[in-house]
Design a protein around this ligand. Structure first.
Ligand SMILES: O=C(O)CCC(=O)C(=O)O
Ligand SMILES: [Fe+2]
Length: 573
């Protein structure tokens, strides 16, 4: 919950310090939220402008129609049958005082309204010029002054008539802005703008971001994700919560996502090209979807494993109970009164063939003729599957090491242990809207998850918001999470992603999670020596996976906070 905004935030008051951050935002996102702008665009003016805009839209339609296009689509846009949600008024050219005056007189603006509009577009123009100059500088362009003062600008005020029925519909379809640079004063009470990044739509508005503007450079793509459930009375809300109703906005968010995946997508077949993208995903998201993995984890094996897992959960409870803990909470978890939705079986250590065999033989359902045959098949599939997952984990670990720029210091991931866990979610009609697994981070190093390719539910937490991982089925892919010990190992660079599993529909969901946890001999994990120097002192004291798990359980801190208890004294100063 560190920021109010999901896209990069640039402090206008902190230049030139913010220049590199602004350039990264422009290159990677194509947009940012600009704060501390009051010297150019005073807060009072922003508020006054909002009330002027409101009253302009309240004018009779015959007056609004006087606002004619000067260039194509620059004038009044009335709500239409095809887009009844959107209405807008426009002014071209905001850099011409004559045009501003014409706009005001067409709309019968009062002297006060005219003053506010004139001041507002003047301030916005100044801000655009200043941003343009910063961009020129940030691109390293010197001596070639761009005369932004001589540039024209279009000004547009938009009103969205969101209704109950339109929740989930687009007010403006996906687009880029055709011009050079856009400054947007978004509604500080109603979200809906989304920017497209890394194949997902990211809501720009998270909380009230008063007195800030969004600057969009050519790439802003806006789309309405949801209306706010405004005006719903408290009693009704409480009633819905009691009935565990699936939050409406989440369903809508899911429905309208145009892509298969909301989290970054990394192509396993395209390395080393994908390394920088993977590192950004690991540092900013702490997770990504990995595609094109068939050379290590064949599609057939993933499908076979799913049918094996299904049959394991169909075993009688007394057989499932034989799957006992090797380390705490590593064995069978039956559905309980407090969490009747969740059931799981576990194997520790997946890197030990003996442990894999034990897991299989404990669950051997032999008392029928074909038992042996079935067992051999189960054993073969499980062994192959965990072997492949282990190989994939090691390969990802190696890429991470490389991505962090750590050279010559080989991490022997082959000697690391792993926990394997198969999960079954018994989602019912009544449980829609409830959590199958509460918010947590994973305690180990790296998790590979084969999520159900027919049922969503997994959500990752980013910038104060839960983002659904599953949008459309994407078989033969896996989700990779970075865990708490990866954060420790990278001296804080990698992000340990918080996530949860929600019930969205009454059905059964299966998922298989493989956690690479740490060195088998119980050696401690510590911040990589090459990431530590005088400027970057070690943030954490060394720990083993076993010690760290104990700490999480004893403190009941399951969302990564336990790591803070391992801060070195120097990092706390
Ligand atoms: O079932 C899922 O999608 C995720 C499960 C999970 O987060 C876990 O087992 O740690
Ligand atoms: Fe997890």
């Amino acid at each position: 919950m560190a920021t109010k905004c999901s896209n990069p935030v640039i402090d206008f008051h902190d230049f030139p310090n913010q220049l590199p951050k602004m350039m990264a935002a422009c290159e990677e996102w194509g947009c940012f939220r600009l704060i501390n702008i009051h010297e150019v665009l005073p807060s009072l003016l922003m508020t006054e402008m909002k009330s002027v805009v409101r009253s302009l839209f309240d004018l009779p339609v015959e007056i609004k129609r006087r606002n004619l296009g000067v260039i194509a689509e620059s004038g009044y846009v009335a709500p239409t049958a095809t887009n009844p949600l959107y209405e807008s008024l426009g002014l071209y050219d905001l850099a011409s005082s004559g045009d501003v005056e014409k706009f005001c007189s067409q709309l019968d603006a009062t002297p006060h309204q005219k003053e506010v509009i004139t001041k507002y577009v003047g301030a916005i123009r100044e801000l655009s010029i200043k941003i343009g100059e910063k961009l020129t500088k940030g691109l390293g362009v010197k001596g070639e002054d761009v005369a932004f003062e001589n540039w024209s600008g279009q000004f547009r005020i938009n009103k969205y008539h969101f209704t109950h029925e339109s929740v989930g519909c687009s007010g403006i379809q996906i687009h880029t802005d055709s011009s050079f640079l856009t400054i947007l004063q978004d509604d500080d009470g109603v979200g809906a703008l989304e920017v497209h990044k890394s194949s997902s739509f990211i809501p720009v508005y998270l909380e009230e971001c008063e007195n800030t503007v969004i600057n969009a450079l050519e790439l802003v793509q806006a789309r309405v994700a949801r209306g706010r459930e405004k005006g719903k009375d408290k009693k009704k809300k409480a009633e819905e919560a009691k009935q565990c109703k699936f939050p409406k906005f989440l369903r809508i968010f899911l429905d309208i996502m145009a892509t298969k995946c909301s989290i970054p997508v990394i192509d396993f077949h395209d390395f080393p090209n994908q390394l920088p993208k993977m590192m950004v995903a690991c540092e900013e998201w702490g997770c990504f979807r990995l595609i094109n993995i068939h050379e290590v984890l064949p599609s057939l094996l993933m499908t076979e494993m799913k049918s094996v897992v299904r049959s394991l959960f169909d075993l009688p409870a007394e057989i499932k109970r034989r799957n006992i803990d090797v380390i705490a909470e590593s064995g069978y978890v039956p559905p309980t009164a407090t969490n009747p939705l969740y059931e799981s079986l576990g194997l520790y250590d997946f890197a030990s063939s003996g442990d894999v065999e034990k897991f299989c033989s404990k669950l051997d359902a032999t008392p029928h003729q074909n038992g042996l045959h079935i067992f051999v098949h189960l054993w073969e599939v499980i062994t192959k599957y965990v072997g492949a997952i282990r190989e994939l984990s090691i390969k990802i670990g190696e890429k991470l090491t490389k991505g962090l720029g750590v050279k010559g210091e080989d991490v022997a991931f082959e000697n690391w242990s792993g926990q394997f866990r198969i999960n079954k979610y018994h989602f019912t009609r009544e449980s829609v809207g409830c959590s199958g697994v509460q918010i947590h981070t994973d305690s180990g190093f790296l998790t590979i998850l084969q999520d159900d390719d027919g049922v969503g539910g997994l959500e990752v937490h980013k910038s104060g918001r839960f983002i659904p991982v599953y949008v459309d089925p994407w078989p033969n892919t896996v989700v990779v999470n970075l865990d708490d010990l990866a954060k420790l190992w990278s001296n804080g660079r990698l992000h340990s992603v918080k996530h949860r599993v929600q019930c969205n529909e009454a059905t059964t969901r299966l998922s298989f999670a493989s956690f690479l946890v740490g060195p088998r001999e119980g050696e401690a994990i510590e911040p990589l020596a090459q990431l530590v120097d005088v400027d970057h002192p070690p943030l954490y004291v060394p720990t083993t996976y076993a010690e760290y798990r104990k700490l999480r359980f004893s403190t009941n801190l399951h969302t990564g906070e336990a790591l803070e208890l391992l801060h070195t004294p120097s990092s706390e100063n």
